[in-house]
Ligand binder design. Structure first.
Ligand code: SF4
Length: 349
């Protein structure tokens, strides 16, 4: 069952030098209980895509076009609007009250009910994401109070302790300040904050980047256990393919604001289609296979104020063809997904 569907999303940042096309026509689906990895080099639009889902893109950013269809959106809509929508939907399609709505049509008040309650985010940089002058437990309590103000003080505190223990933090540490926790514990506290309101979807933005490899592995293991326990849908943003390999089932590769390949993780790791995905995987050292030189993707990502014509990867692509610099490749279906590359299109090259 599809829980979230992003359709043709475009988010631009308007600067004096022109509009930066940070997310340009991105589409993907997220199923119930699915963990999707969103990977690519820094600046390729991964975080902006997810901030657009949450509608947290700050000025000078703007969501220009697209739809973000969320399955359980209907219940948060303001009562008046819900009534008129319900009437319209039922008039058009009697007996079928569709729950999926486009989040981009939601008011800020409605989005506040979505954020945290239905879709929550674990932000980048556990070291800085917590407020240094408030106790960790109180920071989680604050998030809980925003969405469940009717909870009695004691019940709310019990819930905070419960969620801290669920993520593997001893209840006694709830009264600690962030500087008293290790990096791994801070990251777990942020995960607890994202889970405390029982969301359907958690977006984790580079959740283990700042941690050493041993703590990384512990946090990833805990994340996977929690995801299974709560049957969460997750989007894991990372530039580290080893993180994706550990927790994700599907993989979406972004390059210069576009989704270039999307599909099931095993298939893409075994047989990547897009030259950029192939390069990313070849740039990753194998622990078990024979030693070989790592592949270096020459050049650097383009200036997104003025991206290259045609395929945006063409100035760096080892398989570039004449058509690549002229026309944008469309999304060609492959095993359980798609690839945007002229190598796989039927049209005359
Ligand atoms: Fe390379 Fe052309 Fe495919 Fe782009 S469309 S990845 S330039 S072969």
């Amino acid at each position: 069952m599809t829980l979230l569907e992003v359709k043709n999303l475009k988010t631009y940042f308007h600067t004096k030098g022109g509009s930066v096309k940070a997310v340009d026509n991105v589409s993907f689906k997220l199923g119930k209980g699915e963990v999707l990895g969103l990977a690519g080099e820094s600046g390729c639009g991964k975080t902006t895509t997810c901030l657009s889902i949450m509608q947290m893109v700050d000025f000078p950013g703007e969501i220009m076009e697209g739809q973000i269809m969320y399955e359980n959106a209907f219940e948060v809509i303001d009562e008046d609007r819900k009534k008129s929508l319900r009437d319209r939907i039922l008039n058009r399609n009697p007996g079928n009250e569709k729950r999926t709505r486009n989040l981009l049509e939601f008011s800020e008040a409605e989005m506040r009910r979505i954020r945290g309650n239905h879709i929550s985010m674990v932000f980048q940089g556990a070291m800085n994401a917590l407020n240094p002058v408030h106790r960790v437990g109180n920071q989680i309590l604050e998030v809980l109070n925003i969405h469940e103000p009717e909870l009695e003080k004691e019940d709310a505190w019990d819930k905070v302790i419960d969620i801290l223990e669920t993520v593997g933090i001893d209840s006694a540490r709830a009264r600690d300040y962030p500087h008293q926790l290790s990096g791994g514990m801070k990251q777990r506290a942020l995960i607890a904050m994202a889970l405390v309101n029982n969301p359907d979807i958690v977006i984790a933005d580079e959740p283990v980047t700042a941690l050493d490899v041993i703590v990384q592995s512990q946090v990833l293991k805990a994340t996977k256990e929690l995801q299974r326990k709560f049957d969460l849908s997750m989007i894991m943003i990372t530039h580290d393919l080893s993180v994706i390999a550990e927790v994700c089932e599907t993989l979406a590769i972004m390059y210069a604001g576009k989704l270039v390949e999307y599909g099931d993780l095993r298939t893409l790791f075994k047989e990547p289609f897009h030259p950029y995905t192939q390069a990313l995987i070849n740039a990753f050292p194998s622990i078990t296979g024979p030693k070989k030189d790592l592949f270096d993707i020459g050049g650097s990502p383009p200036d997104l104020r003025n991206p290259p014509e045609g395929c945006r990867f063409h100035p760096r692509c080892p398989k570039v063809m004449p058509i690549c610099s002229k026309k944008i490749p469309s999304e060609t279906p492959i095993k359980n997904g798609f690839v945007a590359c002229w190598l796989y299109e039927e049209e005359e090259k």
